[in-house]
Ligand binder design. Structure first.
Ligand code: F58
Length: 833
């Protein structure tokens, strides 16, 4: 008896826990069954995997909503300052595993489904990706939303609910074809339509000047056209579900659904024209902007969502605090690039025209409220709008922009160095390419802080695009190096590695990523190395199965998986990678029995539909792969695969299986990169240039554990100023000239031998991205990779040290910096419930 009594507490504790979990599992199972029956309207026997997915999503959503409502309530009660993240893109991907992970319900839900004979992994795969973004900028917005919730910041994301997200890519005969993406066709269980939240959005029309009762003049805008912005809310749970924020996306709607008189008189299509025109605003992500109509639609999208968001947040502020003049104390608005920059003129319009705030005070409120993140230095990507288009579409906003500019130029024209040249550079209006409004300048002037997304990028902003503006506002430019959410990019993408790491660092890894440093002590531990390597091997097997299923190419999981996945762009230099593959191909054929390292080059990424060269690069990767993969002389030593339709979900599969991460942009051109962080965290070694955040990754993981090569940003600038002819570099490098020659002569395009002549000519005579200049350095860096790969303990040591030192790149760290230095809001780190 005594023995029994003494041991009872120990023995009883696990039993009680098991019982609680058992109860949870039973409750979750019953809830899923109820959702299936009463919300989906299906029986267990008739339910498809998609029906089960919806039932499961709705059941976890209930838990999310509980916490969401209390988060909203508590923000109201405590009068907390809110952060508004305005972004034309939110590349959120799938949400089921994300919600289950952050609500800490994943194991119980998996078990509950298993009792019902349903596999959670199958449900994961049937969810459509929410692909409401192009690439890094949109994915960053999604990581930031998750980290803001994790840190209990009261934040709203504002964007557009596109009917069709980023196009679906198919590869036919090696070429990219674009098809509409249709993520909403099966409904969206995560969102709540808010029919009561509708904002009128005006376009065009004219302006009257009226006299106010106090004798001052007021400008009154009478839009010629009005559409409605209808709100849809998606709750965004933070880690451990302690705080839930809202992603509010706007959908465009006509004021009148149809012209009934016209319809009844027989013009059925004409009666719907206004509706089609209005709804086209939220139809597609990034409508082609090579035509004037496309450009106008893009500007309409920008104003549509900026205006709706501003109206909404000002209304909220006034209802809570009664006075619009305290806006900057209670709201911080972050502009994700220049796409929402028109919001600055819109806030001025709201304050000055609608609330009678004097101009100077309105401008002070505006500057104190806004801040702006720049994501690119590429001149062609810095938005400018033709003045005539702005005048026609947004006449009052154009007036406001002119006035902002006049006051700004008046201030600087008194300075001693105010030459015509300097004033032209500082002006909001670019007079040199037709008259155009510089949206970057507008965002800069209307903000109190402007940030770049890596140290190098922020430094370059000061010496290039914002050189002149920085000189009149020293200290306004600040750096906030990007980050990634470890909940998605470690735990959800690589659960096995996460469990192994938690054994070492403890289960608060996802609360405080810096604890990863403890893993460094095990970098040389052979049994830890073995377990780490076994996880990679299993991930590679999974990816190999996926590749076999999708494109029918068989991969050797023991080969080095060398991965280049991101948007296809000349500056990202997929061509440099392909050239190295071609060079090695020729070498293996020449000396088939040297001790080659088996390697798989994996490419994935989309090219903008109108970007001809990028599409040709996709075709080249596919053509090269086709020849190499079917050449028996290679005995499988080299494979080159292009995986179609790259998206967030595919990235989650590929990254944990990568050995080598290609981050090889022309130095000075990649603002930061965030894929580079996802790979290094999961233990791929980086081969990269000193560009964007690669520089800081090197500083953290240590230069012996990363393969850096090539020209630096300064050297790129110096080299370009001497000319960009590639002939010398090609003449100096026999491997490069051979590779170029075989591509140009049609070795990989026998059906059309001259297909790549133009591409090769461009590299030879006009190599703006300095592919030829960096080729030898890249080739040699790849050989250093081979040497490390041969020394397996050294390879795994480097891989483990990458994982160990990547904690700093958590988006929790990035967001904490924004909160403290830009938004002035407190953060509450997550902790155990
Ligand atoms: C990316 N920009 C940067 N833009 O290229 C990348 O270096 C950085 O890490 C990332 O932002 C996050 O800061 C980017 O993704 C776009 O997709 C543009 C959207 C609008 C059309 C043109 C491309």
């Amino acid at each position: 008896l005594e023995t029994h009594a003494a041991s009872a507490p120990d023995a009883a504790a696990p039993a009680a826990e098991t019982q609680a979990i058992g109860e949870d599992v039973a409750a979750i199972r019953d809830l899923i069954l109820a959702k299936l029956k009463y919300s989906v309207g299906k029986s267990v026997t008739a339910a498809s995997p998609h029906d089960w997915f919806v039932a499961t999503a709705l059941s976890v959503r209930d838990k999310v909503v509980e916490s969401w409502l209390s988060s909203i309530e508590s923000s109201k009660r405590t009068g907390r300052k809110r952060v508004y993240y305005l972004s034309l893109e939110f590349l959120i991907g799938r949400l089921l595993i994300d919600a289950l992970t952050n609500m800490e319900m994943i194991d119980e839900t998996r078990a509950a489904l298993a009792e019902l004979g349903v596999d959670l992994e199958t449900l994961r795969e049937v969810e459509d990706d929410a692909a409401l973004g192009n690439g890094g900028l949109g994915r960053l917005a999604a990581c930031f939303m998750e980290s803001m919730a994790t840190l209990s910041i009261a934040a709203y994301g504002y964007g557009i609910r596109y009917d069709h997200g980023l196009f679906r890519q198919r590869i036919k005969n090696g070429r990219q074809l674009e098809y509409p993406e249709d993520w909403l066709s099966f409904g969206n269980p995560w969102e709540f339509q808010r029919p009561e939240i509708v904002c009128p959005i005006g376009f065009g029309g004219h302006i009257d000047t009226e006299t106010r009762p106090d004798g001052e003049l007021r400008q009154v805008w009478h839009p010629g056209e009005t559409v409605e912005a209808l709100a849809y809310d998606t709750p965004i749970p933070g880690w451990r579900g302690a705080h839930i924020n809202t992603l509010r996306l706007w959908s465009a709607r006509a004021v009148d659904p149809l012209r009934l008189d016209q319809f009844n008189s027989g013009d059925h299509i004409g009666a719907l024209m206004d509706r089609v025109r209005a709804e086209s605003i939220s139809k597609v992500l990034y409508p082609g902007d090579t035509t004037p109509a496309g450009q106008e639609l893009r500007l309409r999208q920008e104003f549509f969502f900026a205006s709706a968001s501003l109206q909404d947040l000002v209304r909220r502020h006034i209802s809570l605090y009664g006075d619009v003049r305290t806006l900057a104390d209670k709201a911080a608005i972050q502009l994700n690039d220049t796409h929402p920059a028109i919001a600055i003129a819109e806030l001025m319009h709201i304050l000055v025209d609608l609330h009678d705030i004097p101009w100077d005070e309105a401008w002070a409120i505006t500057q104190a409220t806004f801040s702006y993140t720049n994501h690119t230095l590429l001149p062609e990507a810095l938005e400018t709008w033709p003045v005539p288009l702005m005048e026609r579409l947004l006449p009052r906003h154009m007036q406001i922009i002119y006035l902002i500019n006049a006051l700004h130029l008046a201030k600087v024209s008194g300075e001693p160095d105010a030459t015509g040249h300097r004033l032209a550079a500082l002006s909001l209006i670019d007079e040199s390419h037709g008259r155009r409004v510089r949206m970057g300048h507008l965002a800069f002037l209307g903000s109190h802080k402007v940030n770049g997304v890596s140290q190098l990028h922020s430094d370059l902003m000061k010496t290039t695009v914002f050189h002149d503006l920085e000189s009149i506002a020293p200290g306004k430019i600040t750096n906030k190096t990007n980050g990634i959410t470890f909940r998605r990019w470690l735990k959800e993408a690589n659960p096995a590695l996460t469990s192994l790491l938690m054994e070492v660092v403890g289960d608060n890894l996802l609360d405080n990523a810096m604890v990863l440093e403890k893993v460094a002590a095990l970098a040389d531990d052979s049994s830890f190395q073995e377990r780490y390597a076994a996880i990679r091997r299993a991930n590679k097997m999974t990816l190999a199965r996926l590749v076999q299923q999708r494109i029918g190419v068989k991969l050797n999981p023991d080969a080095l998986f060398d991965v280049h996945i991101k948007r296809i762009h000349e500056y990202k230099r997929q061509v440099l990678n392909i050239l190295e593959a071609v060079a090695i191909y020729e070498e293996i054929r020449a000396q088939p029995f040297r001790d080659w390292i088996p390697r798989v080059k994996i490419f994935a990424g989309k090219a903008a539909a109108s970007y001809t060269t990028a599409k040709l690069i996709i075709q080249l990767a596919n053509d090269v792969g086709k020849v190499i993969n079917s050449d028996p002389a290679l005995r499988g030593l080299l494979k080159v695969v292009f995986l179609p339709n790259y998206n967030v979900s595919l990235a989650e599969r590929i990254i944990p299986a990568a050995d080598l991460s290609e981050q090889i942009s022309t130095a000075g051109m990649e603002a930061s990169g965030t894929g580079n962080m996802k790979f290094a965290l999961n233990g791929a070694l980086t081969i990269g240039t000193l560009d964007g955040a690669n520089v800081e990754i090197m500083e953290h993981v240590g230069s012996p554990n990363i393969f850096i090569f090539g020209l630096t940003a300064d050297e790129v600038e110096a080299k370009r100023s001497q000319g960009i002819n590639g002939q010398d570099a090609i003449a100096r490098s026999p491997k490069l000239s051979e590779a170029l020659e075989s591509i140009a002569s049609g070795v990989f395009s026998p059906d059309e031998p001259h297909r790549y002549r133009g591409l090769v000519d461009a590299l030879t005579y006009h190599d703006f991205f300095l592919v030829t200049a960096d080729f030898d350095a890249y080739y040699n860096a790849q050989r250093a990779v081979f040497r490390r790969w041969r020394d397996k303990p050294a390879w795994w040591r480097s891989a483990i040290l990458n994982t160990a030192h990547m904690g700093w790149f958590s988006s929790d760290r990035t967001i904490a910096e924004y909160a403290e230095e830009i938004w002035n809001v407190p953060v509450t780190p997550p902790g155990r419930k």
